[in-house]
Design a protein around this ligand. Structure first.
Ligand code: 572
Ligand code: ZN
Length: 360
């Protein structure tokens, strides 16, 4: 009898299919994972709608999905850190381990990284998936599989805060209250920032941000005057922020971030926007405002797990929808059109709650 390995494969623009794939074999340093929860990321939707992100083009059918968790089903010969039955969060990018970037500890910059669902590399919205054992993190018994999947966007938020130098007593501006803005907010609070203002064009998202601990919110409209927004940020925050985080990829947000940031402060760019944007560069550079890039994350999964397992933060509040893997296309429509106020949509490759601590 053949084993069910239902898999979501992106063939090209607007062409996401569910089909059976063979169960992958594992290398000595890998584990075979029975997949549980997979979150839909903005980039998954972008590949479905546009077939590419910049130079990364879906040329051949690609398994989608990279925010995930599962249960170890089989271990390779040399695996020491995991055993069959362990519930794990999966860090989706496996670097080469040999290049200068890897050796210097900045493995997120590795040019040869294999990253789930970035063409040509397959993702893991599937029932069975093979992954490097040392990029799987055992979940404590009381942490849910959904939280395991959310370790991925939370790692982006932590990395963003670390790049920005967020710490106790810092005043922070977050531009955009989508999943990455909200994960950055959660991380900033955990790292000690109290005075945080967050902006968005959708009031519901700002309401959730308030629940997650934002002290101030600012609803912005596309035709708002930039300098007036700078004033409003300073007024609400009571000062100019030392750190601004651009989390939605909009030119207007990047511009506002640079103008609003205190002299000598930092603007961190994590939002994925158009390749070329026009910014008030001199207004920033003459005040020694540093503009920093963010690319995914490195070595952030352990802290992400600690944040959740200690009960200090509640990342589950981001989850608005659940779907079974058989409903993958409906799940993507929900994420894509923001149906029902969708923030984070989770797809279940194993029936929901089957691997979760009881009672739910
Ligand atoms: O969860 C990681 C992640 N990274 C994103 C987007 C969504 N999720 N990035 C933005 C797009 N870039 S990229 O360099 N690329 C497609 C490889 O343009 C990666 C980081
Ligand atoms: Zn992502």
């Amino acid at each position: 009898m053949s084993v069910d390995n239902l898999t979501a494969v992106l063939y090209g623009v607007e062409d996401l299919r569910l089909e059976q794939r063979p169960i992958p074999s594992i290398k000595d340093d890998q584990v075979l994972i029975c997949m549980d929860s997979i979150g839909i990321c903005g980039s998954d939707v972008h590949y479905l709608v546009n077939g590419r992100i910049g130079p990364f083009i879906v040329k051949d059918p690609m398994i989608i999905g990279h925010e995930s968790s599962g249960v170890v089903h089989k271990v390779g010969k040399s695996v020491k850190n995991l055993k069959v039955g362990d519930r794990v969060a999966i860090e989706p990018g496996v670097p080469c381990r040999y290049c200068d970037d890897c050796k210097q500890g900045r493995y997120n910059l590795c040019a040869d990284v294999v990253f789930c669902a970035t063409p040509p590399d397959h993702g893991n919205l599937t029932r069975f998936y093979a992954h490097a054992a040392d990029f799987c993190f055992k979940l404590p018994d009381h942490v849910t599989m959904e939280e395991g999947a959310l370790m991925e966007p939370l790692s982006v938020g932590i990395h963003t805060c670390r790049r920005g130098g967020v710490g106790f007593g810092k005043n922070v501006l977050i531009l955009g209250a989508g999943p990455i803005g909200l994960c950055s907010l959660i991380a900033a609070k955990y790292l000690g920032a109290e005075n945080i203002i967050i902006t968005d064009i959708v009031q519901d998202r700002l309401d959730l941000a308030k629940e997650l601990g934002a002290k101030h919110t600012l609803l912005v409209k596309p035709d708002d005057d930039e300098d007036d927004l700078v004033k409003q940020v300073h007024q609400k925050l009571g000062c100019a922020p030392e750190i601004s985080m651009e989390c939605n990829g909009r030119q207007a947000s990047t511009r506002l971030g640079i103008k609003a940031t205190r002299s000598g402060g930092r603007v961190v760019i994590v939002g994925n926007g158009p390749p070329d944007v026009t910014v008030p560069l001199i207004a920033g550079s003459t005040r020694e405002v540093d503009i920093l890039g963010v690319f995914r994350y490195c070595n952030e999964y352990p802290l992400a797990l600690e944040m959740v397992s200690s009960g200090t933060i509640d990342v589950k509040k981001l989850i608005t929808h659940h779907f079974d893997i058989t409903q993958t296309n409906e799940a993507f429509d929900t994420a894509r059109y923001g149906r029902g106020g969708a923030i984070k949509v989770i797809i279940h490759a194993t029936p929901r709650n089957q691997n979760n601590p009881k009672p739910f």
